[in-house]
Design a binder for this molecule. Structure first.
Ligand code: GDP
Length: 262
């Protein structure tokens, strides 16, 4: 009847303000735009390099259960409410990296970051160091968010999905190797930044350069591991998938991860 329709109308108008928000980051050409389009519409479209921030509304497919609805019956109509989320795309070009971290810092109801890497490109030292520097900066921003929190309880946890994309390509590194390579490379970035050798920010991205005197993860000089981020409420998962290509594993494992944070 009318009251129900009115209720639905009001609900639809209000719902977006509080939707869980995921932010999409990563080096350019990793597949962010293709992934965003696929999660939004179910299929990749031809993509072009993005300069502007784009926010898509995702609806979790029926095959996945939001963590918050895990005890609910599938037939419960209220389960529908919890199936939507925002995914905010950010420009991946080096000089716009500070814009990306700013998007992350200002996102309302932030539930997680999706950091996309090209798992085939990571075999190249240049691509690996580019990805590792970016990820280092993103993790440092999350660490800073935690350590500078005003309340004693700190900010909510912010899990990170490292989406090892393009796993349909036979040259793609498997997820475990993507993890190991990134950890090893971030170890190098971390000590280079500490010594002031690697000031990527200068000129190109001055905003991001300033706070780089900080040390990511444990105080020690040893190896960086994603596990160290758990100290600051950041759990990092590296999960393989693919956006395009019939042979690839697809986006299912990433939907699973997203559902787990909703
Ligand atoms: P962005 O710069 O991170 O937004 O990257 P795009 O979404 O523009 O993708 C860059 C290129 O990678 C495009 O040519 C995509 O078609 C291609 N691409 C994206 N995902 C995959 C994938 O899973 N497998 C393969 N083989 N190519 C992909």
């Amino acid at each position: 009847g009318a009251p129900l329709l009115l209720h639905m109308y009001i609900y639809r108008q209000r719902a977006p303000a509080s939707l869980p928000n995921f932010v999409l980051l990563g080096p350019s050409a990793a597949g962010k735009t293709a992934l965003l389009t696929t999660l939004e519409t179910g299929q990749p479209r031809d993509t072009h390099p993005t300069q502007a921030v784009h926010k898509a509304t995702l609806t979790l497919p029926q095959d996945y259960t939001p963590f918050s609805a895990r005890y609910r019956s599938v037939n419960d109509p209220s389960a529908v409410k919890g199936r939507q989320a925002y995914l905010t795309d950010t420009p991946g070009h080096g000089k716009l990296r500070s814009a990306a971290t700013a998007t992350m810092a200002s996102a309302a109801n932030l539930r997680g970051l999706v950091f996309v890497v090209d798992a085939a490109a990571l075999a190249s030292p240049a691509a690996l160091s580019q990805a590792a520097e970016f990820l280092h900066d993103v993790l440092l921003a999350l660490q800073r968010r935690y350590t500078s929190a005003k309340t004693s309880r700190g900010p909510k946890a912010c899990p990170v999905l490292v989406a090892a994309n393009k796993s349909d390509l036979f040259t793609a590194l498997p997820a475990q190797l993507v993890r190991a390579q990134l950890e090893a490379e971030i170890t190098k970035v971390r000590s280079a930044r500490a010594k002031g050798i690697l000031d990527v920010g200068v000129g190109e991205d001055a905003d991001a350069a300033a706070p780089d005197a900080e040390w990511l993860g444990d105080g020690g000089e040893g190896k960086f591991e994603f596990r160290q981020m758990e100290e600051v409420n950041v759990v990092v998962d590296v999960v393989a998938g693919s956006v395009t290509g019939e042979e690839g594993p697809g986006v299912g494992a990433w939907w699973e991860w997203i559902a787990g944070q909703m």
